[in-house]
Design a protein around this ligand. Structure first.
Ligand code: IMP
Ligand code: MG
Length: 179
């Protein structure tokens, strides 16, 4: 399927620098508050860990996972909780951390879910943003990199559950994608 080397769209160095900047901004913005980070599995596992490690602010950390029944590379509107948060978020200042906001359907669903669980405030932090494909209005408070409409892999992002382990962002060319 993938032949040869992976083309590098965003280098590991660039990623770590940007994550450091985001961590600093978030640490400043939440100074004096009890920050509760909720990472979205599985895509945001690398980003959540790097962001959390680089923050200069004590915070609590939890994870959530949702399943989308979309086919191939598109997101479906029917989402289901795959793994719930382990601690209540009621009254907490939650930062929802995801790998990418594409149509916005997933993030929108998660924000709504955490609102119903009575989080005090909810902000979102997404490593990548594909604004061209947005279908659901969703607040994007912190963004790593805006990207154009290409299917990307690496740094947690998968294609059919593979390539999450790459420490950089790469892409699949249309010929390499089996739809
Ligand atoms: P949305 O609901 O359309 O915003 O999509 C969110 C989810 O779709 C992300 O959390 C990813 O898991 C997946 N996704 C969207 N675009 C890409 C991509 O380019 N590469 C890998 N996964 C993607
Ligand atoms: Mg995914």
């Amino acid at each position: 399927m993938l032949g040869g080397d992976f083309p590098v769209l965003i280098e590991e160095d660039q990623i770590q620098k940007r994550v450091q900047q985001l961590a600093l901004r978030i640490s400043q913005d939440y100074q004096g508050n009890d920050l509760h980070v909720v990472g979205v599995l599985r895509g945001a596992y690398q980003f959540t860990q790097d962001l959390s490690t680089k923050m200069a602010l004590p915070h609590t950390l939890d994870y959530i996972s949702v399943a989308s029944y979309g086919q191939g590379m598109t997101s479906s509107e029917s989402l289901q909780l795959r793994m719930d948060i382990s601690k209540p978020v009621a009254g907490k200042d939650v930062l929802l951390v995801d790998d990418i906001v594409d149509t916005g359907i997933t993030l929108n669903w998660l924000v709504d879910y955490l609102k119903r669980r009575r989080a005090r405030t909810i902000r979102t932090c997404c490593f990548l943003d594909k604004p061209a494909r947005r279908r659901a209005a969703v607040p994007t408070d912190y963004i790593g990199f805006p990207i154009s409409d290409v299917f990307v892999i690496g740094y947690g992002l998968d294609y059919q559950e593979k390539y999450r382990e790459l420490p950089f962002i790469s892409c699949l060319s249309p010929q390499e994608v089996l739809i």
